[in-house]
Design a protein around this ligand. Structure first.
Ligand code: G4P
Length: 516
């Protein structure tokens, strides 16, 4: 993205990267805000282009049929655009809680999150959960209170609710001018500038209200504090209406001014700073068959440090092999483009045929493994029922591919029984069924299993072998071949743990840390 003839200053390039995600409860306006942001960034000419319901995406992929039918956003994607001298990577997260694992992994790849709140509803269940994930990772949060063009709760009440429910300091960055149908813009508290769609004459009741409220806000609420924001303790709050395009540039300008540049990332052995010379990258998402005309498989990598260039050969640490980056790609709202160079913070797509998996690390030679990309023990376990026995081999292959992609988790019973799939939410089963049918032509159904819990088992080798042979029908291997114990109830699980003190039963598997 810069002139090839000049050597590029990594530090300068890194400092203008902004990689963020938008989190919200469904219907708060995430899709609309995404559109408006992309439009402000010149990435799309016309609003409506990124909508899951939109015509353009209908033909893109078969599994989007599910999004269309249910009006939800299932697919996580990334969009790169320029604004205010910065390169933004906007990562989309599925709003529905059934895809929380996908969301969690996406949040491992961002430096900042924009939390969208519906001004009439305040903090909702899903906002809170997503916020908690961000807090676990100390991700700085910018708050956008949306739908101010409608009847909304009192601003102070909203700020108070955010502060008390999330235990977070709130610092209003802007204040709304007018409310509901009379909402015409925002007032920037720091620069003291009005951004309104129409003039606001002296004596206008909205001006009087604004002056009174701002005086109160400045008196009782904390001023913006960059350190506190960077540590995730304070959120700057913006008011607006994504639909009416009010407050959107306030938000983007703030991300340019103080949105955090790429953070350091933890590996098993050391922390990797974004401005290090050598390239490192973490695969946090795999998406297959994005284009039904080409059986492609795209790994999404967050460049964690250095300057990545096309054609570069990187070390694929898990399998200890060289991996050539022939066609890394940037994703824009409407198309893709080959990456000539990318820097720490950027998210690039790397086409591959299954060599790259979620959690993989690429480096210029160092044996590093990024941590923090988890698998969660699924809460729903189903046996896959295949009506056409001729397709058993195809099903096995398809399940492995889809499990590597993170659509579901796959458990192969050690006694040779048919495969079991595990999911956090039942919508994942719908996605699996629909993709098996549409992309692999393998129609399946699901049967219940006697199991309701799964735990990864690690520990003393002999103890593990003894345990596995005693519990053959309840042991399975996950997609990486790591052993998993399946139990019918938490009582059975606790009993197994009590009776086997040399073994550990884990409900989260950190990729790259299996067996520890
Ligand atoms: P989501 O991705 O968070 O689920 O929300 P989305 O943007 O799809 O918005 C949910 C609904 O809220 C949409 O209405 C959208 O038009 C509306 N909306 C979003 N931002 C604003 C806003 O600032 N003001 C107002 N008044 N409405 C807003 P819908 O009727 O469900 O869909 P559509 O018919 O508009 O497509």
């Amino acid at each position: 993205m810069s002139d090839q003839s000049h050597p590029t200053d990594i530090t300068r390039e890194i400092s203008r990267r902004r990689t963020f995600a938008i989190i919200s409860h469904p219907d708060a306006g995430k899709t609309t805000l995404t559109e408006r942001i992309l439009r402000a960034g010149g990435a799309i000419q016309m609003a409506g282009n990124v909508r899951a319901k939109g015509e353009r995406r209908r033909t893109r992929s078969d599994w989007m049929g599910i999004e269309r039918d249910r009006g939800i956003s299932v697919v996580t994607s990334v969009m790169t655009f320029n604004y205010g001298g910065c390169v933004f990577n906007l990562l989309d997260t599925p709003g529905h809680e059934d895809f929380s694992e996908d969301t969690y992994r996406t949040l491992t790849a961002v430096d900042c999150a924009v939390m969208v709140i519906d001004a009439a509803k305040g903090i909702e269940a899903r906002t809170r959960k997503l916020f908690e994930i961000c807090r676990l990772r100390d991700i700085p949060i910018v708050t956008f209170i949306n739908k101010m063009d409608r009847e909304a709760q009192d601003c102070f009440a909203l700020l108070d609710e955010i502060s008390s429910t999330l235990a977070l300091d709130v610092s209003p960055a802007t204040w709304p001018v007018g409310r509901a149908a009379k909402f015409i813009g925002t007032y920037d508290i720091r620069t003291k500038k009005l951004h309104t769609k129409e003039p606001l004459p002296e004596g206008d009741p909205r001006r009087v209200e604004l002056e009174e409220e701002c005086a109160l806000a400045e008196g009782v609420l904390p001023a913006f504090d960059k350190d506190s924001f960077d540590e995730g303790h304070l959120t700057p709050v913006f008011f607006g209406s994504a639909m009416k395009e009010i407050g959107v540039t306030d938000l983007l300008d703030a991300l340019v001014a103080y949105g955090p540049p790429p953070r350091a990332q933890q590996t098993e052995t050391r922390e990797v700073r974004a401005d290090e010379e050598k390239v490192t990258a973490l695969i946090f998402k795999i998406q297959a068959n994005m284009d039904p005309n080409h059986r492609d498989r795209m790994a999404f990598a967050r460049v964690c440090s250095g300057r990545l260039t096309r054609g570069m050969k990187l070390k694929h640490v898990r399998i200890n092999k060289q991996f050539a980056l022939h066609t890394p790609q940037f994703f824009f709202a409407q198309d893709r483009q080959l990456v000539e160079e990318a820097f720490g913070g950027d998210v690039v797509g790397i086409p591959n045929h299954g060599t790259l998996r979620i959690g993989d690390t690429l480096t210029e030679g160092e044996d590093l493994r990024f941590t923090g990309v988890p698998y969660f023990a699924p809460e729903i376990l189903r046996r896959v029922r295949l009506d056409d026995a001729m397709k058993a081999k195809k099903l096995r292959q398809a399940l492995v591919e889809l499990a590597e992609e993170g659509v579901v988790q796959l458990f192969r019973p050690q006694d040779g029984a048919p495969p079991i799939v595990g999911v956090v939410g039942t919508l994942q089963l719908d996605v699996l069924q629909s993709r098996l049918g549409a992309e692999y032509n393998v129609p399946v159904g699901f049967d219940s299993t006697p199991f309701n819990l799964a735990r990864w088992v690690t520990g003393d080798k002999t103890a593990l072998e003894d345990f596995a042979s005693l519990n053959r029908t309840a042991m399975a291997d996950d997609v990486d071949g790591d052993p998993v114990f399946l139990a019918s109830s938490s009582f059975m699980m606790s009993r197994a743990a009590e009776q086997n003190p040399k073994l550990n039963f884990h409900d989260i598997k950190q990729i790259g840390l299996a067996g520890e």
